[in-house]
Design a protein. Structure first.
Length: 683
């Protein structure tokens, strides 16, 4: 018999590949990584252990609360005297080609194949003098057993929460990683960040940076100077933050649910995750650091602003650039990054379901829990996942800006809705307009500025020709449509000095209509200001086109919208929607839209009093008295509904944002003068 030439095949002939045995109920496997030198082969043992999650952590239904299995066997890391201690590894699997061999000892000696990245991680994690107990998904879960995989994924968040430590492996030393790790520790150890959540300081702005104890005199912390990093350090940090770990979806859950002992490890260097994340926030907030590409800035944003108490809309926005192999994991990998890490939607991973079934189930659970239809703003027509049009396709980057935190089209009103036959959403709404004309925007970079200028010129001139409003009013409406929230005038206090004002936009449009080229406009208005306005326009218009409707209304709609589509304000949804009529009262969801003149509840409650204007804050919309400057949370138009507001006001005081909802019905709205409400069925 001819012997195989490569070592992997030879080892397979000599020793069998490890065969997983079924796990007992309420159990996980743990790895005992045997001690050895760095050069020695990897030897592990796999041992099943009981893993029983307490009632408050397991999200069991009330009927299951008396189940004796519900008592803790492995307690959370915050609990005292955890009977089994283990560390959980967070890492990127890496390419599956050219796998490495490790030994699994037990009743017989077997082998297993692992990716090269995991093999190198195990070499770095191995101790020289004692066993190290680890949980690693690729080895502790039988990846070929969908039933086991579903059950283990369901408790994966608990596995990371209960670990004595989570170790995030970035990879071996390379590209100046030692310098990068030292620099990240240097930055992160000097600052404190006011993260959202129960441990945050409610008297200070969320995410605000301050000096850590003993570092009050450091100028860069207070923004007086740039952070003290030179080109070599920044280059090393750039390469470090570009590693695959930062682009993986699952690691968000793994690191954000970890306890305060979590570590980032690269090569042989380790620093605490808290210090590392602080450093990421410092870099993210320093406007003087320009040598970061868009993907790296997206990763920085995601890691600094993701928390465990945001909705699926926020999670999709923050995690869109993250990668996962299975599109079902868009739900399963984020279901605990929501509502303080609890699985309040009661989602159970099931890899026997199709992607469409998983997404429909998640959408239904979200809608039923929140009793609103805010999720509809994530829907886009012409996406490939089969299912109802009111179910978002979470598998794809939407390619457009969300409106959820910046839209108030229903003015916090809500109304009951029904699910018919499991596929039809029935609710009430008001028809606003029918789309007549559309204008598309081209992609933009510095080399194509003149193309964008020409598009703006043609569009604005067409709007002036078609609309009856005066040029001053039209330009303000146009600015809010093209720039969205990136206008300093609409904020309660300016969000950033980078946002242009309405006057800046009007100056640019005047130059555009005068026939000036991009270069001429930059010379007259300033290169930086002009480029900034154009960049914001392209950001807002990504995946969007402008429209005019049948009643002097214009705004931006999804790229899939077409003439004849209807724009509705649905009572349980804060964002106006483009709906495609199918006959009768049935519609398909085309997507969310922006239409100046209906974004602040005007379609339902009418215009604001002349002395009141809506202003935007980081918690949502507020209402400012123009004369006194006083800002209040409650929409002053709600009193016209003639209903009791006490419960709503208590919710508003509790949440301090637009999660407060005022439930109404058709009769209440009609008595208040809101006519033409229609019953809508979304299919």
């Amino acid at each position: 018999m001819e012997l195989p030439q490569d070592r992997s095949s030879l080892e397979t002939c000599i020793r069998p590949v490890y065969v997983y045995q079924n796990l007992p109920p309420q159990s996980i496997r743990l790895i005992r990584l045997e001690p050895g030198s760095y050069e020695a082969g990897i030897v592990i043992r796999l041992e099943p252990v009981q893993f029983r999650i307490g009632v408050e952590d397991s999200d069991v239904e009330e009927s299951d609360a008396r189940d004796p299995w519900a008592e803790l066997q492995i307690e959370s890391s915050q609990a005292r005297g955890s009977p089994i201690e283990y560390e959980a590894l967070s890492y990127a699997w890496g390419p599956k080609g050219q796998p490495m061999i490790i030994s699994i000892e037990g009743e017989e000696s077997c082998i297993a194949h692992v990716t090269q990245n995991l093999y190198i991680a195990l070499k770095h994690l191995r101790l020289g003098d004692r066993v190290r107990v680890l949980w690693i998904d690729a080895l502790c879960i039988d990846q070929e057993n969908n039933e086991e995989k579903s059950a283990q994924v369901a408790i994966m968040a608990d596995i990371y929460q209960c670990a004595s430590r989570v170790v995030a492996w970035l990879g071996p030393e390379a590209d100046g990683s030692n310098l990068a790790m030292l620099s990240m520790y240097y930055l992160g150890s000097q600052i404190a960040v006011n993260w959202p959540g129960p441990n945050g300081d409610s008297s200070r702005a969320q995410y605000a940076i301050s000096a850590a104890q003993g570092f009050d005199g450091v100028d860069w912390i207070h923004g007086r100077v740039s952070i003290p990093l030179q080109a070599p350090e920044l280059n090393a940090i750039y390469h470090l933050l570009s590693r695959p770990w930062f682009g993986r979806l699952w690691i968000r859950q793994e690191i954000f649910l970890a306890n305060s002992d979590a570590e980032i490890m690269c090569g042989m260097h380790r620093i605490r995750w808290t210090h590392f994340r602080h450093a990421m926030m410092a870099i993210q907030q320093d406007d003087t650091i320009h040598d970061l590409d868009s993907l790296l800035r997206t990763n920085l944003w995601s890691f600094t602003y993701t928390d465990v108490n945001c909705g699926y809309s926020g999670l999709r926005l923050e995690c869109d650039a993250a990668k996962c192999e299975d599109p079902r994991d868009r739900i399963y990998a984020t279901m605990r990054l929501y509502f303080n890490g609890q699985n309040v939607l009661k989602i159970t991973p099931d890899y026997t379901k199709t992607v469409g079934q998983v997404y429909t189930d998640a959408a239904l659970r979200y809608i039923r829990r929140h009793q609103d239809l805010a999720l509809l703003q994530q829907c886009e027509l012409n996406l490939p996942i089969p299912g109802p049009s009111w179910v978002p396709d979470w598998s794809r980057n939407p390619g457009f800006c969300y409106l959820d935190t910046h839209s108030w089209a229903n003015s916090c009103l809500s109304m009951s809705f029904a699910l018919l036959d499991g596929r039809v959403l029935q609710t009430h709404g008001k028809l606003i307009t029918v789309i007549e004309h559309l204008w598309k925007f081209d992609d933009y970079d510095e080399s194509s500025a003149d193309t964008l200028i020409n598009t703006i010129r043609t569009t604005v001139q067409s709007l002036l020709d078609k609309l009856v409003s005066g040029i001053g009013e039209m330009l303000e409406r146009c600015a809010k449509t093209l720039l969205g929230v990136y206008i300093s005038d609409i904020w309660e206090s300016p969000a950033t000095s980078d946002y242009p004002s309405l006057r800046d936009f009007e100056s640019l449009i005047a130059q555009v209509l005068a026939g000036c080229s991009a270069q001429e406009i930059k010379e007259r208005l300033g290169r930086e200001k002009t480029s900034s306005i154009l960049w914001f326009i392209v950001t807002v218009m990504a995946g969007r086109q402008l429209f005019t409707g049948t009643n002097d209304l214009f705004g931006r709609v999804p790229i899939f919208a077409q003439p004849g589509d209807h724009i509705y304000v649905l009572i349980p949804c804060e964002v106006p929607l483009v709906l495609r009529p199918l006959g009768g009262n049935q519609y398909m969801v085309v997507g969310a839209c922006y239409a100046e003149g209906i974004m602040y509840g005007e379609a339902l409650l009418g215009p604001f009093p002349k002395t009141i204007r809506p202003v935007l804050s980081y918690k949502g919309w507020r209402f400012q008295d123009i004369d006194s400057g006083k800002v209040v949370q409650e929409d002053p138009r709600l009193v016209k509904l003639g209903v009791g507001l006490q419960e709503f006001r208590e919710e508003l005081e509790q949440f301090q944002d637009k999660r407060a909802r005022l439930m109404v019905d058709v009769d209440i709205l009609r008595r208040a003068g809101v006519m033409d409400l229609q019953k809508i069925e979304l299919v």
